[in-house]
Design a protein around this ligand. Structure first.
Ligand code: PGA
Length: 260
């Protein structure tokens, strides 16, 4: 066994409303009770619903995550949400560097790095998202791009923080398209990321850090992808909005994770 605890995140993005978000959390929470499975399950609802979703998850084994945070601690930053505010609401995890923020909202590598550092220094756990676009993949630059994103995001991060992060490999062309990476593409990318972590830190840290796959994960492909060497779970977008699909991806993660 790899010894790494599987991780499954449900990124709800800008979806649900107050009532449907709460209902979704209650349904998945009722199935994920403490002690049931040896995996981390986190849901990432929109900011305005964090508190009510957190309430609906009470008593379940599912942790609460936020989709973003400010790189600053506080101050005159209209519309921003700080790490401390998130923690006030019981948030334990945060997504950093999601491709929709990088590509659609213009988030720079420098900002991703600042947000990651802010999250970890504040006591939040972080999922760092990386991945190449279709053009970059076609140009044969997929690994180079991911290495570059990791180099930038981790350039001043200590090993103590780095060993705790979850890295989500999310090829941009697979997100929300219905076209997931093939299992072997995922394995190869995860291997490259682990190699990077070994050279940036050391082999012991690299073999312990969790790397999950994201991009059009559904119950029908999760088991195959999770069975690949070095894939420690997934970050789920669209399918996390359907309780049954999300739960079935979670159960695929508890049984399907390969050693190595
Ligand atoms: P998707 O999104 O599962 O809808 O492709 C994944 C993600 O963006 O994390």
């Amino acid at each position: 066994m790899s010894g790494r605890r599987p991780f499954v995140g449900g990124n709800w993005k800008m979806n649900t409303d107050l009532a449907s978000g709460e209902a979704l959390a209650r349904t998945v929470g009722a199935e994920c009770v403490p002690g049931l499975g040896s995996l981390d399950v986190v849901v990432f609802p929109p900011f305005p619903y964090l508190q009510s979703v957190g309430g609906a998850l009470q008593g379940s084994a599912i942790e609460l995550g936020a989709q973003d945070l400010s790189s600053e601690a506080n101050g005159a930053l209209t519309g921003e949400v700080s790490a401390e505010m998130l923690m006030d609401l019981g948030v334990a995890w945060v997504l950093v560097g999601h491709s929709e923020r990088r590509h659609r909202l213009g988030e720079s590598e420098a900002l991703v790095e600042e947000k990651l550092t802010m999250a970890l220094e504040s006591g939040l756990s972080a999922v760092l998202c990386v991945g190449e676009t279709l053009e970059q993949r076609r140009a044969g630059r997929a690994h180079e791009i991911v290495r570059h994103q990791l180099t930038s995001a981790l350039h001043r991060l200590s090993a103590d923080f780095a060993r705790e992060i979850v890295i989500a490999y999310e090829p941009v062309w697979a997100i929300g398209t219905g076209v997931a990476a093939t299992a072997s593409d995922a394995r190869e990318a995860h291997h490259e990321i682990r190699e990077f972590m070994s050279s940036r830190y050391d082999s012991e840290l690299a073999s312990g850090v969790r790397i999950v796959y994201g991009g059009s994960l559904v119950p029908g492909n999760a088991k195959t992808i999770f069975a690949e060497l070095g894939v420690d779970g997934g970050l789920v977008g669209g399918a996390s909005l359907k309780a049954g699909d999300f739960l079935s991806i979670c159960s695929a993660a508890t049984i399907g994770i390969a050693a190595g």
